[in-house]
Design a protein around this ligand. Sequence first.
Ligand SMILES: O=C(O)C(=O)C[C@]1(C(=O)O)C=C[C@@H](O)C=C1
Length: 367
Amino acid sequence: MSKPTIDLLPTSALINEDRSPLIIAGPCSAESEEQVMETARLIKEVPGVTVYRAGIWKPRTRPNSFEGIGVPGLKWLKRVKQETGLKVACEVANTAQVFEALKAGIDILWIGARTTVNPFTVQEIADALRGVDIPVLVKNPVNPDLQLWLGAIERLNQAGLKQLGGIHRGFSTFDNAPYRNMPKWNSAIEFKRLVPELPLICDPSHIAGNRELLQPIAQRAMDLAFEGLMIETHVDPSVALSDASQQVTPADLKKLLASLRFSKVDPETEDDHYQLEEMRRNIDQLDKELMEVFARRARLSRKIGEYKKEHNMAILQVKRWDQILEDILEKANKEGLDEKFVRSIFQTVHHYSINIQTEIVNGKADA
Ligand SMILES: O=C(O)C(=O)C[C@]1(C(=O)O)C=C[C@@H](O)C=C1
């Protein structure tokens, strides 16, 4: 996947000056003025939180559930801003909502996962924001499609928005257990590799779907050098009108944040990392050796492919493959390597070998 160029401001409301993680907290939905204000007063006391979030319009899967308080809730967010000094953020999903949010002086907007999937809507939102200098966070689309996610960010950027960021809220797949949305950390890592300049915030609440998993997910995000966290926080989650099981109290948010290990992002800025450099050179050497071994294996597979063609033999030799895998896993076990890891590598290697031979035998690779 080619790396897109996103033109961002060097400083933005989405990046803390000291590069500490941006912490966004607040209820899933604004429900009443009292709930919004009470939650905000308590969140204000949680160290690290600088942005208050609340859903004003809620895209619900089924009708007849709470779909958000709508425009009146914006006034409450304005009050939060005035009385606590926290920045305020809400989701927008169409142009009418964009205009209302801008009118109310909302500081940060975000685009939800169900909106990111639709380039028409994203383009309409981008057009509505043309010429407005407001930070916008874009949640990943529901499906694990990085191009769609990047495309939404590019649309906003091309409309002149230069304070942008992503929110990783997990992906909906066939089997999400034990999560509400699969984190697919590899996709997040690939996203970071493609747009390293773009701040990436993790939303453990929507990945987890329950309070219990929040801490390990948030820790993983910090270990993967995410630039921030968005955590749904409600003064009393037991009576929340939406997503009750994934919200925490401000007191629990404080405990959760205090439990996290925040590591230094870029060790290369330090002078004294000879040992690390030495180990990295060794890793680079091993990777080179792995490549050479893969190349030798591929050449052998090609030769076997030619032999199979000549002797009209089937490409897949299932007994042999079964034996190879069994031997490899036994060896992996002895070496103390994770079986799942080794199995998936060798399945990929075998699949590649089958493709090489298919091209030789049939003149084209399979899917
Ligand atoms: O042993 C063979 O017949 C091979 O072609 C090698 C190989 C492999 O790459 O491991 C490839 C295809 C077969 O299904 C089994 C094994």
